[in-house]
Design a binder for this molecule. Structure first.
Ligand SMILES: [Zn+2]
Length: 308
């Protein structure tokens, strides 16, 4: 199994005390290297402006890529989202990882790829960087699969504890992409109600704080997985946030690492049924370092069909 990552993703620094720390990615990389010595690591390329412009407007590209930072001082784009001297390259590598991963699984590469990258992406809309996210990495990947590879049915599955408002908004009127999400509600960004259905291509399963493993698995087994199966995705993309884990400081869904392993196995089974087993998974949130280690190993292990 292949992993895309890049050292530049460790340099984007939102500042001391910020939840979205470089140490998050360090934990994921170290845990994967330790658990699976045979993983095939590749440096993520930068996304091109053309690839980004499939889902973002010129203004957001200019903001993230061309904003001058006098004396290298970071600037806040909103109360959560910071642009620093290394942020532009990190954002380009994070988005480029997904593009390269899509090319790999649809070309001669392995069927499953995990992108160990940051900043995360699923809150970024076509025009706005928000919620720690600069570019919407998974949306850039989905658009690449459609525009470059001509796919007609791409699914984005999002089990991050926050709703992927950006991804949903970008594809809400595009029936070639199905967006499916479980997330805590109420919680940032306060979207993702069950009645948000797009053009029939959006499926949201909001979960109450304290839900736990049983309610989480129930939502996937009864609602989200059947919808995904019915869509018959040619390619499955995963917004893999691990902040629904019980240790996470930002949310209260109280999952265990085994829940992520279970869901990953279910997703892989659907991908094998309809899409040749092709899965591209991209790191989103997850703010407890120990939980990130456990969950990324559980998730990647299930994707690789391997045990640590
Ligand atoms: Zn999150």
């Amino acid at each position: 199994m292949r992993i895309y990552s890049h050292p530049a993703c460790l340099l984007h620094d939102p500042g001391a005390g910020h939840a979205e720390q470089p140490a998050r990615l360090r934990s994921v990389i170290d845990a994967l290297r330790e658990a699976f010595p045979a993983l095939d690591w590749h440096d993520a390329p930068c996304a091109s402006r053309g690839q980004l412009l499939r889902v973002h407007d010129d203004g957001l590209l200019a903001l993230v890529l061309d904003t001058p930072l006098p004396d290298g001082q970071p600037i806040p784009l909103d109360p959560d989202t910071v642009l620093g001297p290394h942020s532009a390259e990190a954002a380009l590598r994070a988005a480029g990882a997904g593009v390269a991963a899509v090319d790999a699984v649809l070309g001669t590469g392995p069927a499953t790829v995990f992108c160990a990258v940051r900043p995360p992406g699923h809150h970024a809309t076509d025009t706005v960087a928000m919620g720690f996210c600069l570019f919407n990495n998974i949306a850039v990947a989905a658009a690449h699969a459609i525009e470059r590879h001509g796919l007609a049915r791409v699914a984005v599955v999002d089990f991050d504890v926050h709703h992927g408002n950006g991804t949903q908004a970008i594809f809400a009127s595009d029936p070639r992409v199905m967006y499916l999400s479980s997330h805590q509600m109420p919680l940032y960004p306060d979207s993702g109600h069950a009645d948000e259905r797009g053009v029939g291509n959006v499926v949201n399963a909001p979960l109450a704080p304290g839900s736990g493993s049983e309610a989480f698995r129930h939502a996937w087994r009864d609602t989200l997985l059947p919808a995904l199966d019915g869509f018959r995705p040619q390619l499955l993309l995963v917004s893999a946030g691990f902040d629904a884990h019980r240790r996470d400081p930002l949310a209260q869904i109280e999952l265990e690492a085994t829940d992520f392993e279970w869901l990953t196995g279910e997703l892989l089974a659907i991908a094998r049924r309809h899409g040749g087993g092709r899965v591209v998974s991209m790191l989103e949130g997850g703010y407890d370092l120990q939980a990130l280690r456990e969950c990324s190993v559980a998730h990647v292990g299930a994707l690789a069909g391997a045990r640590p």
